[in-house]
Design a protein around this ligand. Structure first.
Ligand SMILES: [Zn+2]
Length: 286
Protein backbone atom coordinates (compact mmCIF):
# COMPACT_ATOMS: atom_id res chain seq x y z
CA UNK A 1 0.00 0.00 0.00
CA UNK A 2 1.29 3.52 -0.74
CA UNK A 3 2.58 5.52 2.22
CA UNK A 4 0.26 8.13 3.72
CA UNK A 5 2.01 10.92 5.62
CA UNK A 6 0.06 12.20 8.61
CA UNK A 7 0.57 15.34 10.67
CA UNK A 8 -1.23 15.75 14.01
CA UNK A 9 -2.09 19.40 14.66
CA UNK A 10 -3.16 20.70 18.05
CA UNK A 11 -4.60 24.24 18.11
CA UNK A 12 -4.69 27.18 20.47
CA UNK A 13 -1.46 26.71 22.38
CA UNK A 14 -1.27 29.93 24.40
CA UNK A 15 -0.62 31.51 27.76
CA UNK A 16 -3.61 29.51 29.02
CA UNK A 17 -2.15 26.08 28.12
CA UNK A 18 -0.66 23.84 30.81
CA UNK A 19 2.32 21.57 30.24
CA UNK A 20 0.71 18.88 32.46
CA UNK A 21 -2.23 18.72 30.04
CA UNK A 22 0.02 18.47 26.99
CA UNK A 23 1.96 15.72 28.72
CA UNK A 24 -1.17 13.83 29.73
CA UNK A 25 -2.41 13.77 26.12
CA UNK A 26 0.80 13.30 24.18
CA UNK A 27 3.39 12.07 26.68
CA UNK A 28 3.23 8.47 25.54
CA UNK A 29 3.40 9.45 21.85
CA UNK A 30 6.44 11.75 21.92
CA UNK A 31 9.28 10.11 20.05
CA UNK A 32 6.82 8.22 17.84
CA UNK A 33 4.50 11.00 16.63
CA UNK A 34 5.65 14.60 16.16
CA UNK A 35 2.89 16.92 17.40
CA UNK A 36 2.42 20.21 15.54
CA UNK A 37 1.05 22.95 17.77
CA UNK A 38 -0.66 26.06 16.39
CA UNK A 39 0.48 28.87 18.69
CA UNK A 40 -1.26 32.11 19.70
CA UNK A 41 1.43 34.63 20.75
CA UNK A 42 -0.78 37.11 22.66
CA UNK A 43 -4.12 35.43 23.27
CA UNK A 44 -6.96 37.72 24.26
CA UNK A 45 -9.15 36.77 27.16
CA UNK A 46 -12.03 34.41 26.78
CA UNK A 47 -15.48 35.84 27.43
CA UNK A 48 -19.05 34.65 27.47
CA UNK A 49 -20.91 34.99 24.21
CA UNK A 50 -24.52 34.63 23.20
CA UNK A 51 -25.23 30.95 23.71
CA UNK A 52 -28.01 30.92 21.14
CA UNK A 53 -25.65 31.40 18.26
CA UNK A 54 -25.66 28.25 16.22
CA UNK A 55 -22.62 26.07 16.02
CA UNK A 56 -20.59 27.80 18.71
CA UNK A 57 -19.57 26.91 22.20
CA UNK A 58 -20.32 29.09 25.17
CA UNK A 59 -17.09 31.02 25.20
CA UNK A 60 -14.79 32.62 22.64
CA UNK A 61 -11.79 34.95 22.69
CA UNK A 62 -13.52 38.30 22.71
CA UNK A 63 -11.97 40.28 25.57
CA UNK A 64 -9.60 43.24 25.33
CA UNK A 65 -6.90 42.03 27.67
CA UNK A 66 -4.07 40.06 26.04
CA UNK A 67 -1.81 37.42 27.58
CA UNK A 68 1.75 36.81 26.40
CA UNK A 69 2.61 33.10 26.01
CA UNK A 70 6.19 34.01 27.02
CA UNK A 71 4.99 34.66 30.56
CA UNK A 72 3.96 31.03 30.98
CA UNK A 73 7.53 30.08 31.82
CA UNK A 74 6.88 26.42 32.62
CA UNK A 75 5.13 25.89 29.32
CA UNK A 76 7.87 27.68 27.32
CA UNK A 77 10.59 25.58 28.92
CA UNK A 78 8.62 22.37 28.36
CA UNK A 79 7.90 23.19 24.70
CA UNK A 80 11.48 24.27 23.95
CA UNK A 81 12.81 21.01 25.31
CA UNK A 82 10.40 19.04 23.14
CA UNK A 83 11.22 21.15 20.06
CA UNK A 84 14.90 20.38 20.50
CA UNK A 85 14.07 16.68 20.52
CA UNK A 86 11.87 17.00 17.40
CA UNK A 87 8.82 15.94 19.39
CA UNK A 88 7.02 19.22 18.82
CA UNK A 89 6.77 21.54 15.84
CA UNK A 90 5.20 25.01 15.94
CA UNK A 91 3.05 26.94 13.51
CA UNK A 92 1.60 30.44 13.90
CA UNK A 93 -2.08 30.67 14.83
CA UNK A 94 -2.90 34.36 14.45
CA UNK A 95 -1.92 37.04 16.94
CA UNK A 96 -4.57 37.17 19.65
CA UNK A 97 -7.35 34.89 18.25
CA UNK A 98 -9.88 37.66 18.76
CA UNK A 99 -13.36 37.25 17.33
CA UNK A 100 -15.82 39.97 16.47
CA UNK A 101 -19.52 39.64 15.87
CA UNK A 102 -20.45 40.77 12.37
CA UNK A 103 -23.24 39.89 9.93
CA UNK A 104 -24.85 37.56 12.47
CA UNK A 105 -21.67 35.53 12.83
CA UNK A 106 -18.45 35.44 14.81
CA UNK A 107 -15.46 36.13 12.54
CA UNK A 108 -11.89 35.01 13.16
CA UNK A 109 -9.17 37.67 13.32
CA UNK A 110 -7.75 37.01 9.82
CA UNK A 111 -11.10 37.93 8.31
CA UNK A 112 -11.89 41.18 10.07
CA UNK A 113 -8.55 42.89 10.79
CA UNK A 114 -7.24 45.38 8.24
CA UNK A 115 -3.97 44.87 6.39
CA UNK A 116 -1.99 47.42 8.42
CA UNK A 117 -2.99 45.80 11.72
CA UNK A 118 -2.22 42.34 10.37
CA UNK A 119 1.21 43.48 9.13
CA UNK A 120 2.11 44.85 12.52
CA UNK A 121 0.62 42.07 14.63
CA UNK A 122 1.63 39.02 12.59
CA UNK A 123 5.21 40.27 12.21
CA UNK A 124 5.31 40.98 15.94
CA UNK A 125 3.75 37.63 16.81
CA UNK A 126 6.11 35.70 14.55
CA UNK A 127 9.20 37.48 15.92
CA UNK A 128 8.01 36.93 19.45
CA UNK A 129 7.55 33.16 19.04
CA UNK A 130 10.86 32.86 17.19
CA UNK A 131 12.61 34.69 20.01
CA UNK A 132 11.15 32.30 22.59
CA UNK A 133 11.81 29.06 20.70
CA UNK A 134 14.61 27.77 18.47
CA UNK A 135 12.36 27.17 15.50
CA UNK A 136 11.37 29.32 12.53
CA UNK A 137 7.67 29.61 11.76
CA UNK A 138 6.86 28.49 8.23
CA UNK A 139 3.23 27.36 8.50
CA UNK A 140 0.17 29.44 9.33
CA UNK A 141 -3.08 28.08 10.75
CA UNK A 142 -5.81 30.73 10.47
CA UNK A 143 -7.96 31.03 13.62
CA UNK A 144 -11.43 29.64 12.89
CA UNK A 145 -10.19 28.60 9.41
CA UNK A 146 -10.92 31.95 7.80
CA UNK A 147 -8.35 34.10 6.00
CA UNK A 148 -8.56 37.09 3.66
CA UNK A 149 -6.47 37.77 0.53
CA UNK A 150 -4.83 40.68 2.39
CA UNK A 151 -3.80 38.42 5.26
CA UNK A 152 -2.25 35.93 2.83
CA UNK A 153 -0.22 38.80 1.27
CA UNK A 154 1.03 39.78 4.72
CA UNK A 155 2.10 36.20 5.47
CA UNK A 156 3.87 35.74 2.13
CA UNK A 157 5.82 38.94 2.82
CA UNK A 158 6.82 37.48 6.19
CA UNK A 159 8.08 34.34 4.44
CA UNK A 160 5.18 32.12 5.53
CA UNK A 161 3.88 30.39 2.41
CA UNK A 162 2.16 27.29 3.79
CA UNK A 163 -1.38 27.95 4.93
CA UNK A 164 -3.32 25.18 6.61
CA UNK A 165 -6.78 26.00 5.34
CA UNK A 166 -8.66 25.85 2.09
CA UNK A 167 -10.40 28.70 0.22
CA UNK A 168 -14.17 29.05 0.39
CA UNK A 169 -15.88 28.07 -2.86
CA UNK A 170 -19.07 29.94 -2.08
CA UNK A 171 -17.41 33.34 -2.50
CA UNK A 172 -14.35 34.79 -4.16
CA UNK A 173 -11.88 34.70 -1.32
CA UNK A 174 -8.59 34.75 -3.26
CA UNK A 175 -7.02 36.91 -5.97
CA UNK A 176 -8.51 35.97 -9.31
CA UNK A 177 -5.76 34.57 -11.50
CA UNK A 178 -4.99 31.38 -13.37
CA UNK A 179 -4.00 29.59 -10.14
CA UNK A 180 -7.26 30.46 -8.43
CA UNK A 181 -9.32 29.38 -11.44
CA UNK A 182 -7.50 26.06 -11.72
CA UNK A 183 -7.93 25.42 -8.00
CA UNK A 184 -11.59 26.35 -8.13
CA UNK A 185 -12.23 23.91 -10.98
CA UNK A 186 -10.32 21.21 -9.10
CA UNK A 187 -12.46 21.75 -6.01
CA UNK A 188 -15.77 21.91 -7.84
CA UNK A 189 -14.95 18.76 -9.78
CA UNK A 190 -14.05 16.96 -6.56
CA UNK A 191 -17.21 18.15 -4.82
CA UNK A 192 -19.45 16.82 -7.59
CA UNK A 193 -17.89 13.39 -7.10
CA UNK A 194 -17.90 13.52 -3.28
CA UNK A 195 -21.14 14.79 -1.91
CA UNK A 196 -20.73 13.89 1.78
CA UNK A 197 -18.86 15.96 4.33
CA UNK A 198 -15.95 15.85 5.22
CA UNK A 199 -15.16 14.02 2.00
CA UNK A 200 -16.26 16.97 -0.12
CA UNK A 201 -12.96 18.76 0.55
CA UNK A 202 -9.91 17.33 -1.22
CA UNK A 203 -6.90 16.71 1.00
CA UNK A 204 -4.33 17.44 -1.70
CA UNK A 205 -2.16 20.56 -1.81
CA UNK A 206 -3.44 23.64 -3.66
CA UNK A 207 -0.77 25.76 -5.33
CA UNK A 208 -1.29 29.48 -5.72
CA UNK A 209 1.11 32.04 -7.22
CA UNK A 210 2.98 32.72 -3.97
CA UNK A 211 1.59 30.28 -1.43
CA UNK A 212 0.13 26.83 -0.86
CA UNK A 213 -3.06 25.78 0.89
CA UNK A 214 -4.08 22.47 2.35
CA UNK A 215 -7.17 21.48 4.32
CA UNK A 216 -7.17 19.59 7.62
CA UNK A 217 -9.63 17.11 9.05
CA UNK A 218 -11.00 18.17 12.41
CA UNK A 219 -11.17 15.55 15.14
CA UNK A 220 -13.58 17.13 17.62
CA UNK A 221 -15.86 15.94 20.41
CA UNK A 222 -18.52 14.89 17.93
CA UNK A 223 -16.18 12.44 16.24
CA UNK A 224 -15.69 8.88 17.40
CA UNK A 225 -12.70 6.64 16.83
CA UNK A 226 -14.77 4.60 14.33
CA UNK A 227 -15.64 7.67 12.28
CA UNK A 228 -12.04 8.86 12.24
CA UNK A 229 -10.92 5.39 11.18
CA UNK A 230 -13.49 5.40 8.35
CA UNK A 231 -12.21 8.75 7.14
CA UNK A 232 -8.64 7.50 7.22
CA UNK A 233 -9.56 4.33 5.31
CA UNK A 234 -11.49 6.33 2.74
CA UNK A 235 -8.53 8.68 2.25
CA UNK A 236 -6.24 5.67 1.83
CA UNK A 237 -8.54 4.24 -0.85
CA UNK A 238 -8.57 7.64 -2.59
CA UNK A 239 -4.79 7.59 -2.72
CA UNK A 240 -4.36 10.65 -0.48
CA UNK A 241 -0.66 11.02 0.27
CA UNK A 242 -0.83 13.61 3.07
CA UNK A 243 -3.34 14.19 5.85
CA UNK A 244 -3.44 16.79 8.58
CA UNK A 245 -5.61 15.85 11.57
CA UNK A 246 -6.49 18.80 13.78
CA UNK A 247 -7.66 18.81 17.38
CA UNK A 248 -7.65 21.00 20.53
CA UNK A 249 -5.86 20.04 23.76
CA UNK A 250 -8.28 22.12 25.84
CA UNK A 251 -11.24 20.10 24.54
CA UNK A 252 -9.41 16.80 24.96
CA UNK A 253 -8.64 17.63 28.59
CA UNK A 254 -12.22 18.68 29.24
CA UNK A 255 -13.71 15.36 28.09
CA UNK A 256 -12.35 11.94 29.13
CA UNK A 257 -14.47 10.24 26.43
CA UNK A 258 -13.12 12.49 23.70
CA UNK A 259 -9.57 11.96 24.93
CA UNK A 260 -10.01 8.21 24.95
CA UNK A 261 -11.46 8.16 21.39
CA UNK A 262 -8.62 10.37 20.16
CA UNK A 263 -5.95 8.18 21.77
CA UNK A 264 -7.59 5.09 20.29
CA UNK A 265 -7.23 6.73 16.88
CA UNK A 266 -3.55 7.59 17.42
CA UNK A 267 -2.88 4.02 18.61
CA UNK A 268 -4.66 2.67 15.55
CA UNK A 269 -2.61 4.90 13.20
CA UNK A 270 0.58 3.70 14.91
CA UNK A 271 -0.46 0.12 14.14
CA UNK A 272 -1.02 0.75 10.42
CA UNK A 273 1.90 -0.15 8.16
CA UNK A 274 1.48 2.53 5.51
CA UNK A 275 1.39 5.51 7.90
CA UNK A 276 4.38 7.79 8.31
CA UNK A 277 4.07 10.61 10.85
CA UNK A 278 5.42 14.00 9.84
CA UNK A 279 5.25 17.54 11.17
CA UNK A 280 2.85 20.03 9.61
CA UNK A 281 5.56 21.64 7.44
CA UNK A 282 6.43 18.26 5.91
CA UNK A 283 2.74 17.73 5.12
CA UNK A 284 3.11 20.57 2.60
CA UNK A 285 6.14 19.08 0.84
CA UNK A 286 5.53 16.92 -2.18
ZN1 LIG B 1 -7.91 28.44 17.22
Amino acid sequence: MPIIKIAIRDDDLSFYSKQEDIDLIYGRYFGRIPISFAVIPFVCEVGQIDQNIKGRGKTLNVGDKKYNIGLNLGLVEYMENKINNNNIYLSLHGYDHKYIFKNRNYLGECLWKDKKTLEKELAGGKNHIESLFTQRLEVFVPPDNGISKECIDVLVNLGIKNINTIFDIKKISRKIDIFYLKNLIKRLFYKVNHTQKPYSVPQSIFYFKDHREKAAILFNQKMSFEEAKNIFEMQTREGTSRLIIATHHQELIASPTFLSEFKKFLDYLLSVDNVEFVNIKEAFNE
